[in-house]
Design a protein around this ligand. Sequence first.
Ligand code: FPP
Length: 228
Amino acid sequence: MLPKHVAFIMDGNGRWAKARLLPRSAGHRAGYKRMTALARHVFACGIPYCTFYALSTENLKRPKEELGSLFSLFSEFFAKEIGAMQKEGVRLSIIGDLSLLPEDLAASARSGVERTKEGTRATLVLALGYGARQDIVAACNRAVDLGRKVDEAEFSRLLSTGGLPLPDLIIRTGREIRLSNFLLFEAAYAELLFSQKYFPDFTDEDFDRALKEYARRDRKFGTLRPQE
Ligand code: FPP
């Protein structure tokens, strides 16, 4: 079976650049190019939701210069890709706290979401200024504001992923084996896959292999199979 929602932790851009004696910004640019091509491949495979972890709350503590290069890439993405997404029927969704980003960037992100909202073919989710713990705490505070207890389904809707299906498959590139504050609530029954490759080197064919591996996984969600 195909996953309905695939999420990527795009790790290894810095090491990809270092191995080529290039600045870290070149690694992020290579990652950005790979991300836009990979998203198209994921949608062409028939998977309607694809999330990319582009900036965590912790990444915001990186040096000003590196953050500046990431912010320029995000601006470039909003300037160049939104028109294409509209034509391709792809809706943009953002998870995370946009108030942590420079105001002009946050405004471009909001405008991208607005301009693509009619897209029905697929949804591209960018995690920007995202941290799962912070998102869970924000959802708890929203629940408190409601003034009553909420159940699991209602709590899920209070998260920034509220309108999205749960991730079926999370792929982390770059050799580390951890979730790094990504989708901690939503990942309860996601299949996890860790690639040795740095993100700019993770090809469409690597993704196809990941899908085959996913199809071999036995997803029981804590229950027994019918015949057991
Ligand atoms: C982690 O690799 C990656 C990031 C902190 C940034 C990822 C962002 C992009 C690929 C750009 C995406 C562009 C858009 C428009 C959303 P790292 O720098 O920590 O790598 P390292 O562990 O090898 O140093």
